[in-house]
Design a protein around this ligand. Sequence first.
Ligand code: GDP
Ligand code: MG
Length: 672
Amino acid sequence: MKELLFALAGNQNSGKTTLFNRLTGSNQHVGNFPGVTVEKKEGAVKKHPEATVVDLPGIYSLSPYTSEEIVTRDFVLNEHPAGIINIVDATNIERNLYLSLQLIELGIPMVIALNMMDEVRASGNSINIPRLSQELGVPVVPISAGKNEGIDELIETALRTARENRRPLKYDFCDGEVHKAIHAIAHIVTDQAAEAELPLRFAATKLVEGDEPTLAKLRLDEDQVHIIDHIVEDMEHELGTDREAALADMRYSFIEKACALCVTRHQETREQVRSEKIDRVLTSKVWGIPIFIGIMFFIFWVTFTLLGEPLQNLMDEGIGLLQNAVGSLMERAQISDWLQRLVIDGIFAGVGSVLSFLPIIVLLFFFLSLLEDSGYMARVAFVMDKLLRKIGLSGRSFVPMLIGFGCSVPAIMSARTLSSERDRKVTILLTPFMSCSAKLPIYGMIIMAFFPTHRALVMISVYIIGILVAILSGLILSRTVFRGNPVPFVMELPAYRIPAPKSVLLLMWEKAKDFIRRAFTIIFVASIVIWFLQSFDLRLNMVADSADSILAMIGSFIAPIFAPLGFGDWRASTALITGVTAKETVVSTLTVLTGAATDAQLSQALAAIFTPLSAFSFLVFTVLYMPCVAAFAASRRELGSWKGAILTALYQTGAAYVTALIVYQIGSLILR
Ligand code: GDP
Ligand code: MG
């Protein structure tokens, strides 16, 4: 039997991933937050191994404005799927059909899966399916992906439509001036469209809309471009609107007519009524932000204090036990000394200190997936949009920033939900400025030594400096390197829903797996390298005092760079280097290098390296400079290139340098 490829396309949050999981029996993450599926995923249809479905990112239109739209569009245009399964949220049918009309123009066999029929039914509304199918010229199958209803029939219909190559029966949804323009242009570009392998109708409509990629692909000659411009100008003139509005208008008036014929709506669905009630409180001008802050405090408290700390300690102890066991085992096996030290001081110390963060990561993602699946996170993004827009970001960037106060790694990973590449890049760059929890031990150490009486003040000022630098960077970057506007915030507020336990557990498991894998790859390697550098000298002799090590050499070599910031001591710069493996390492490195055995000794030793002012400048630098390797690796993966990740780290370190320099120099002037 011939292989069949299906594209699963639909609006964000229409239940695409839920349907994909039903069709393929796989376990992709379902979230009640628009934009969760950014990459495309594929799987074989259950019981029909010859058919493959590809879950495409959610989109509202086939115009190439966002990276999701481009992914989806390129896929259907270039991969020539045998069929399209267009999922339509029946509780939001008008807006969803806007995409359907554009998909129909592609002339690919297509089935509409009318989803969320359970909610439509529960509210006493109804949709005349045969009539809708007739109006649109494609088969329509009512389903409920959530309740697993109608899936078999959908599969049957999709397979039949694709095998028999049944193309949409009509694609002419237009009339009047738009109709004239589309047809005239279709005439002109018939040959080129065939040559470029673009569906003619799609090409013509996109030319009327002024779609650049289509224009480029068609390779029209000058005369043709000229005539097309003329036709479009005429149309705009006759209608008194611009080209894009004219087409949107045409589509919506068709949809309106069709829905008037097919949809009987007595009342809003129960979910919509409930959502409106909840929203009156949660997104209210007065209560919205206080409630949100309250919820976040609660989550951070539970994650980091109530459960996180004991679990992290438990994890630490477990790792410690294992470390001792391995240590004595190696002792008995008389394994050479350097190898023992590599395993214990290098690998166990490095990988172990990172692994101990596992409980916190899992907990944080547990809460975040609850917030996301319930639909609350979408409201928060909505409330924050206005503020973030001022620094060139959109409301969606808020979520990663917030997670950044916990840990940059999941924060950078969550930037994936941003639709535009520009927004994603800026967010990944700014997120590490939010002081993460791994930096807390550093603050603790410096405060203990220099500011025991101004604890809170120093803490708060460090956090605020991070936020201020992020705001300033946002302002500068969105006017220079990342020019352009954040994508308009078209996010539909999804209905509040009870999170599905399976989906929450699945997400936690995914994150845990990801994190553990990273600990045993990049951090594993980094730990070995650092250990090597601090244990050997250039002639590869093992050193007794780490002051003679290669690491110390590098430290002293770069130490002068930090002299203008007030801390030109080689031990400080070495700690900053090792801090890149994990920020807590700054503390352990300073402890090892000063040979301090107790906290009091450490404070004393630090007083020889720093003055209170240079200690504060050091703090400022540690908050801002490039994040740890785990976060760096995450940003490399999310940015998709080494170059992007390295430039990002350089910017962050540069910002840290400049800020610490200003703090130290101005501070010296004042204190003189
Ligand atoms: P996607 O963004 O299009 O991939 O949508 P998801 O599959 O992530 O689903 C969005 C939300 O709709 C989730 O909260 C699902 O649980 C919910 N959902 C999906 N299908 C149905 C359905 O048929 N009925 C109901 N009531 N909810 C559904
Ligand atoms: Mg999805």
